[in-house]
Structure formats: C-alpha cells, structure tokens
Design a protein around this ligand. Structure first.
Ligand SMILES: [Zn+2]
Length: 459
C-alpha cells in the first residue's frame, strides 16, 4: 500500500480548539492523506517522507475549518426581498415564490450558497431543504451533487412540510408533501446518500420544517424514522414569540414541551434558533444534550430576538453557528457570524461577559461538530482527526496591527482565506475556489433568480 502523501504547514499561529484550547504562537501542522498526523510548536519534525508540499504559513492563523449548522440553500435565489419584514410577514411574502422552485434553480442556488461559504473558510456545510413542490425533480440529489463537486463536507437535513393552506399553514397545497410521502422520500434519501463512516463526506438527517408547517404525526413519526435508521434529527425551534403563542394555543404547551412530547429532545437532535427559551427549556436541552444552531444575523434581520447563548453554554447545551437561509442573511458567510455572535450576545443580559473571542471561534468549529454529531472526526485540530482546516491571512492591512490572531479573526474584518483544506484536499487558494468557477456560478444564480421571479409573477 502506498504511504499517505504529506502536506507540511509551518511558521503559523495555531488555534487548535481542542479540549484545553491549546494554541501555538508559531507552530506546524502535518497532514497525511485525509487526516491530521501531527501538530505542535516550532517547525515540523525532520525526516518526514512523502512530503508533496511544504507551505510557509508565516503571517497566518490556522484553525479548524468552520462548520455551518443551519442553512436553506434554495433561498440564494430569493435574496434581498421583503427586507423590512418580521419572520411571519417575511414567510407570507416569500412562500408563493419559494413554492415555484425546480431542480435547475435548486442546483444553482446550492452552488452559490456553498461557494460563498467555502471561500470564507467553511469546510462542513449543511442544507435544511424542506420545499419539494410536486414534479420539481430530484432536489436532494442536485443539492448533494453540488456539495460533492465542490469538495465540501456536507449534511443534508431532508426537510418536509405537510401543513399547507388548506390545513391553516402558509405554503400552497402543491408545495407540501403528504405525511406518508414525506416519510417515504426521507427514508429513501437516507438509504441512498447517508454515509455513517468516520470519513463521511455526505450525511443525511431527518428534518421536518417547523412546528407550524408540519403535523404532530410528521414530527413524531419523523423522530421514530430517524432512530430506526440511526441518523440525526433537525428542525426549527422557539424562533419567535408568535411560535410560542401558536404552540400554547394549539397544543396547550410551549415549544420545548411540545418537542419533548413528540420525541424531539435528545443528543441526536439539533434545532435552529432557540431564541425564546426559559430557564426550564434550557435545562431540558442541557439534560438531554439537545443541540442548538445559533443564527445571530438572521435573528437580527427578522427581529426575532437574541438567543440566550451564554446561558445555554453555562448549562452545557451544545451550540453551533448557522448562516440560516440567505433570504434572511444575504451575506451567506459564516466567518462574519463569529463576530456577529459575539457582538449580538453582548447586547443581551450578560453584557461584555456574554462571549469572548475564543468562545465565538469554538461555536463556529467544535460546537458545530458537536451538534452535527461529528465531534470525534472534525471541529478541532488534533492528531487522527480529519484534515479540515483553514489558513487565515493575518498580516495585511485589516489585521496586521492586532497582536492576538484569534482576537483579530473574531473582532476584526472578515479575514482573507489563503488556503482551505477539506479531507486533506485543498479547495480554496487566495480566496478563490479551486473546485468550481465562481463567475459561472454567479451567472447561473442570477439567471435562475430571474427565471424564478418571472414564474412567480405569473402566479
Ligand atoms: Zn432556518
């Protein structure tokens, strides 16, 4: 068997985000095949064989690749609409357009979403896709194919909705699935695409959209399906005051108790937002190790509120970061969410003690790995883990005068990415994707956005 090809990275600051927050002011990382072989202070060990490449990373900070834990790729082609709406009015404004998506639109939107994140240091992405209009083609296949082609590690949260206009929901009838249809299609997607191996590039989770767009049966049966198949569960939870009111009116309990009653608390579950949580909700998440995808920019854009991230972390709740769909976070980047998470949480009750730079970086890396159920494989730089890592350039105008590189990364401007590796393979160089043509993707997304707008205008 041929020995693994090595890549040696030297002379860089390193934030490992391991259990002790180990950092090196100047150190090395050795990649062998798709794994991190070794790292530490000073230059790499001498006498390494099969070194294919040696990178002098002076002036750089190396961190684990960023992990996005909540997104809706299809929204890339409906950005910049309903910009002054709250969540409910925004949903009402956009559903008639979203209901018209088809496979070419979803493919282009997935490419746009993935490209934007990857060039900014995301190495693991996820897409919560829940709009499957009748006759719209193989949307899951298109999304998974886009991630595979770009070389990004990926979780598809196969979403679903079965509560349409005729049942008091928001989407048109043709844009939702039946209970049985949604469950069967989700199971088929898991069987076709989910890889449970350590090195998996593609995983699938079961992900009904939200309490107000799906039936109680779909939540309950979805949880049972995921556990039968051994995959994770994802949904939106406690995003707005209106959702809390809705749950009390319909089910006689708040969202967290409703999730509990349908089997949706557990270490195999993560939920987006979790903004409106009381102390006992947070305690229930901590007790059951239910994870949270914190989406600070989207929550601000839709005026949903400030999630209690410091309280969640203090209680032991696993928390990762999410871009959320780009119809509510037009930038579509995750490295800027490190800064936004820190700043927005300092506007809450804990003030300047809410989060520090290292906690923010942890949310975007190790925290994300935890909520995706992959903390053994990714999320920190440690020997034996998968080689998903980013070289951030810290010696340019934007950051050179800040002494501490982690402070520079989180508090400073969005840092340039000199190189990004996923599974030992470089996918970004000097801020440009090596695995896709950004300009071609930009043209395709513009064309598909215009086509969607035309079709939606016809009604
Ligand atoms: Zn969302």
């Amino acid at each position: 068997m041929a020995a693994d090809r090595r890549i040696v990275i030297e002379n860089c600051a390193i934030a490992t985000v391991d259990g002790h927050d180990t950092e090196y002011a100047s150190g090395h990382v050795v990649i062998a095949g798709n794994r991190i072989e070794s790292l530490g202070a000073g230059p790499a060990p001498e006498g390494l064989e099969n070194v294919a490449r040696r990178i002098d990373a002076s002036g750089h900070l190396v961190t684990p690749g960023l992990i996005n834990t909540h997104h809706h790729f299809y929204q890339w082609i409906t950005r910049g609409l309903a910009t002054d709406h709250n969540l409910f009015n925004w949903l009402v404004a956009l559903y008639p357009t979203w209901a018209r998506i088809d496979e070419p639109m979803v493919r282009a939107a997935a490419q746009g979403s993935l490209a934007m994140m990857a060039r900014g240091g995301v190495t693991t992405a996820m897409d919560h896709h829940y709009v499957f209009p009748r006759g719209s083609g193989d949307l899951s296949g298109a999304i998974i194919g886009a991630a595979r082609d770009m070389g990004v590690r990926f979780t598809l949260a196969r979403g679903s909705m079965d509560r349409s206009e005729k049942d008091g929901g928001l989407p048109p009838d043709f844009a939702v699935e039946t209970l049985d249809g949604a469950l069967a299609a989700t199971e088929e997607t898991v069987r076709q695409h989910h890889d449970s191996s350590f090195d998996a590039m593609t995983q699938v989770a079961v992900a009904p959209c939200s309490p107000f767009s799906v039936s109680t049966e779909l939540l309950r049966d979805g949880a049972q399906l995921a556990r039968r198949l051994g995959v994770r569960l994802h949904t939106h939870g406690s995003e707005t005051v209106e959702e809390e009111k809705f749950c009390h009116e319909l089910f006689g309990m708040g969202p967290t108790d409703y999730f509990k009653s349908t089997g949706w608390l557990g270490e195999d579950v993560w939920m987006a937002h979790c903004v409106h949580m009381n102390d006992s909700d947070i305690a229930a998440f901590a007790r059951t190790r239910t994870g949270v995808a914190h989406c600070p920019s989207s929550n601000a854009r839709l005026a949903a509120g400030i999630a209690r991230v410091p309280d969640m972390l203090a209680a032991g709740v696993p928390v990762g970061l999410g871009v959320d769909g780009t119809a509510s976070n037009e930038s579509g980047e995750l490295h800027t969410e490190l800064r936004n998470a820190l700043l927005i949480n300092r506007l809450g009750g804990h003030k300047e003690a809410a989060l520090n730079a290292r906690q923010a970086l942890r949310l975007g890396t190790h925290g994300g790995a935890q909520v995706l159920g992959r903390a053994a494989e990714i999320g920190s730089l440690e020997p034996g883990k998968l080689a998903d890592l980013v070289l951030w350039r810290m010696d340019t105008l934007a950051h050179a005068s800040i002494a501490d590189p982690v402070t520079a990364l989180v508090f400073g401007a969005a840092a340039p990415v000199t190189a990004s590796f996923v599974n030992g393979r470089q996918i970004v160089e000097d801020g440009r994707l090596l695995t896709a043509d950004e300009d071609a993707i930009a043209r395709a997304t513009r064309d598909e956005a215009r086509r969607l707008a035309r079709i939606a205008a016809q009604g």
